[in-house]
Design a protein around this ligand. Structure first.
Ligand code: FAD
Length: 306
């Protein structure tokens, strides 16, 4: 079946759903492809405490509210993933999904990103129960507690700095013998009194019963294992954007994130991007939602002048 649409939104996280609300209220009926993870990354997060207007809410409730609001605005939701996109000569796009296709005049890519995982025992079991990939989101839950940050790059150093203002002690565990981050941030880290460095080490297990209570750390030089009591583990070993669909169509940065201008336009006319998949994004729900709103406004302008 081939249908010609004004706009297709790929992704149903805060970016895609916010864009859908704005576009539908502007009388442009977008179609939202929900993808492999309807509701996006937040759906499994037990507690969100930094989304304005929702003092304390589960990720599932927040995203269900957004989906309900999108449905209230009569937006068509398709519970499929897009397999590929083709750019046509007449400035339209063909999007292919599940042996079907659709033609659209504009597209919003809101496919998000995912955090790299350690793939060790306890990581999935205690996700949201002491295991986190976001200090800004979950750090305040561990006031005066002892936490570990795993990683040694810029993200790990910034997470450790943030947590050092909240936790009683921060263990920074890195598999190499030194950090690989900006010197200015490393200098700030060295000024902190409550950071303990554990180098040449990897975490092999995250232990606990209902929540995290310790980690097993392997010293890679002498192969010794030690169990360290801990209240939370922040994994900061990088993120990957879900940009495979468009990596040969639009400009991406060296990590695969989509490069946009300040109007959320990509290098391909008619294709917009918003949220975590965008280079330089804050990787926070409110930022993704804001970019979704901005993209919606710019898609309207694009369709008017097309
Ligand atoms: C455990 C956890 C806790 C977090 N806690 C907080 C918090 O407390 N506060 C906060 O502000 N932020 C938090 N974040 C970050 C927040 O979740 C992200 O910044 C936000 O979800 C990004 O929104 P997005 O719309 O860009 O993408 P995402 O939420 O990642 O959504 C991407 C969407 O794209 C879809 N998709 C992907 N590929 C395809 C495809 N091929 N076809 C169709 N659809 C596709 C997926 O199904 C998904 O619906 C947390 C993240 C995690 C992982």
């Amino acid at each position: 079946m081939t249908i010609i649409n004004d706009t297709v939104i790929i992704g149903s996280g805060p970016a895609g759903l916010t864009a859908a609300i704005y576009l539908s209220r502007a009388m442009i009926n977008p179609i939202v492809f929900m993808g492999p993870n309807p509701g996006g990354q937040l759906i499994t997060s037990p507690l969100i405490e930094n989304y304005p207007g929702a003092k304390s809410i589960s990720g599932c409730d927040l995203m269900c509210n957004m989906i309900n609001q999108v449905q209230y605005n009569n937006v068509e939701l398709i519970y499929e993933s897009i397999d590929s996109i083709a750019v046509n000569n007449d400035r339209t796009f063909t999007i292919n999904y599940n042996d079907d296709n659709m033609i659209t005049r504009s597209i919003l890519i809101a496919t998000g990103a995912h955090h790299n995982k350690l793939n060790i025992p306890g990581e999935d079991k205690f996700s949201g129960k002491g295991v986190s990939w976001c200090a800004t989101c979950d750090g305040p839950l561990y006031k005066n507690k002892r936490v570990a940050v795993i990683g040694g790059g810029n993200t790990a150093v910034i997470e450790a700095l943030f947590l050092s203002n909240i936790a009683s002690e921060v263990l920074l565990i890195h598999r190499r013998d030194q950090l690989r981050a900006d010197n200015s941030d490393i200098n700030k880290l060295h000024e902190k009194q409550n950071i303990r460095y554990i180098f040449n080490s990897t975490v092999t297990n995250i232990n606990g019963t209902d929540k995290v209570d310790s980690i097993t750390v392997l010293n890679t030089l002498d192969s010794n294992n030690v169990d360290i009591p801990i209240d939370a583990v922040f994994i900061a070993i990088g993120t990957k954007p879900s940009s495979n669909l468009v990596k040969d169509i639009v400009n991406i940065d060296e990590l695969g994130y989509i490069i946009t201008n300040s109007n959320t336009e990509t290098s391909c006319s008619g294709m917009f991007a918003a949220g975590d998949v965008v280079s330089g994004s804050l990787k926070q729900a409110i930022y993704a939602a804001g970019q979704g709103a901005l993209a919606a406004v710019n898609i309207q302008k694009y369709l008017r002048r097309r």
